[in-house]
Design a protein around this ligand. Structure first.
Ligand code: HSE
Length: 430
């Protein structure tokens, strides 16, 4: 093989434009690092007229023809979504090209089949940019930590929701007000559903869990709750117990008498302000990893945006190009452990509950009885009295999530409970 490595780019939006810019501006360094130059030979877009800054001769609307060109070594896919991205990636593999993708939705839905197709073709599939933008995370999981046993991966992997929750904590604003501010400032998209309802984070959690536990996990396996129900009261209650509210992607290996399993969930939770993730403010991302030998690790940085995401794409491009020149494919993914994925009902969690109750003899005992009836152990109780009413703030020990939610349902029906004012899961409390 001689001459530059030939790259086909699928998509030329915010990320694609930055990939092109960096490839151009850093051409000399990249060539030195790879050992061969890199040449973009085509860019597939839907509407060429929308890309006046890109050399016209590179633009094409025929993505299929581009990825199946004999001379294309690497395909960079930054169009997102399931189709046509999946078909184009599979076609690229069949034509012998390696693929760098930023497509979290596709990897979370069909990662196993895509990896199998890449392995069959003897080419690479890298997708560092799919999770937490610029943060080097997937290669550390699949390479640097490949000799360790991972216990937990807990991340703030969605910048939009982290910005909103950070503003709620800073200003006391409600969710709607903080979302409106995030939209005005460009932190939230016009349709923020994928971020707000946790779909984006769930895809990322599936990818993280698959790599961390060598087990196929899809987005459909991930329990998902968004942040639209988080209230100013929840945020205030969190502050009262020295906590802050974050949307967490939690991937954990659960070990019990039945053997190991994997639990993967995305939901808002209170975490102590002393936890490293609590300090992650604004639109930043961070992922906290607990491994048996390595102990605790923290990865922090920009999780979105054209330039940070392009950095991750370029890092993959260099790795894949080096493999190509070495005549090898890098480590893919391994699902050898194939652990069962637990249901949320069966996953151990802890709850923080705040109740408005009548302040009279026996109420606390009746409330405590409801927890005991569901086999849920109470960790702490605080009561603030005001007149004939009181607020009870209860933090539980760990129990199956189904038992905790059944307890809450029962409390809502108790005559002595005037209102359940806040219910959130708690993570990281000792
Ligand atoms: N929309 C995502 C976020 C970035 O808000 O973090 C892309 O995954």
């Amino acid at each position: 093989m001689s001459g530059p490595l030939k790259v086909a780019l699928l998509g030329c939006g915010t990320v694609g434009r930055q990939v092109l810019r960096l490839l151009d501006e850093q051409a000399e360094d990249l060539s030195a690092r790879i050992g061969r130059g890199v040449e973009v030979v085509g860019i597939a877009v839907r509407r060429p007229a929308h890309h006046p800054d890109v050399p016209a001769h590179l633009l094409t609307t025929d993505a299929h023809a581009l990825v199946t060109r004999d001379d294309v070594d690497l395909v960079v896919e930054v169009i997102g979504g399931i189709e046509p991205a999946r078909t184009l990636i599979l076609e690229a593999f069949e034509s012998g090209a390696s693929v760098v993708s930023a497509n979290k939705a596709l990897l979370a839905e069909d990662g196993v089949a895509l990896h199998a197709a890449a392995a069959k073709a003897g080419v690479d599939l890298y997708y560092e940019a799919a999770v937490a933008g610029a943060i080097p995370l997937l290669r550390p999981l699949r390479e640097s930590l490949a000799g360790d046993q991972l216990r937990r991966v807990v991340g703030i992997v969605n910048g939009t929701t982290n910005y909103i929750l950070s503003r709620m904590a800073e200003t006391g604003a409600g969710f709607a007000e903080a979302l409106a501010e995030a939209t005005d400032l460009g932190y939230a998209e016009a349709d923020p559903t994928a971020d707000i309802d946790g779909f984006d984070a769930a895809s990322k959690a599936a990818i993280l869990a698959s790599l961390a536990f060598h087990t196929p996990v899809t987005a459909a396996d991930v329990h998902r709750e968004g942040i639209s129900a988080v209230s100013a009261t929840d945020v205030a209650r969190a502050a009262e117990i020295g906590c802050t509210v974050k949307l967490l992607a939690i991937c954990e290996r659960v070990t019990n008498g039945e053997g190991d399993s994997v639990a993967v969930r995305v939901h808002p939770a209170m975490i102590p302000t002393s936890h490293p993730l609590a300090a992650v403010g604004g639109a930043f991302n961070a992922v906290f990893v607990e491994a048996e030998a390595a102990g605790q690790l923290m990865f922090y940085g920009q999780g979105a945006g054209g330039e940070p995401t392009a950095s991750a794409v370029l890092g993959d491009l260099v790795a894949v190009a080096r493999n190509r020149l070495a005549g090898a494919a890098g480590q893919g993914t391994t699902g050898y452990a194939n652990l069962p994925v637990r249901t949320m009902a069966d996953t151990p969690t802890r709850y923080h509950v705040s109740l408005d109750v009548a302040d009279k003899p026996g109420v606390l005992a009746t409330v405590a009885q409801e927890f005991a009836r569901h086999d849920v152990s109470i960790s702490t109780v605080r009561q603030d009295g005001h007149g004939d009413a009181a607020t009870l703030v209860i933090v539980t020990h760990s129990a199956p999530d189904a038992a905790l939610s059944a307890t809450i349902a029962a409390l809502r029906d108790m005559p002595a409970v005037r209102d359940v004012t806040s219910v959130l899961r708690v993570e990281g409390l000792t």
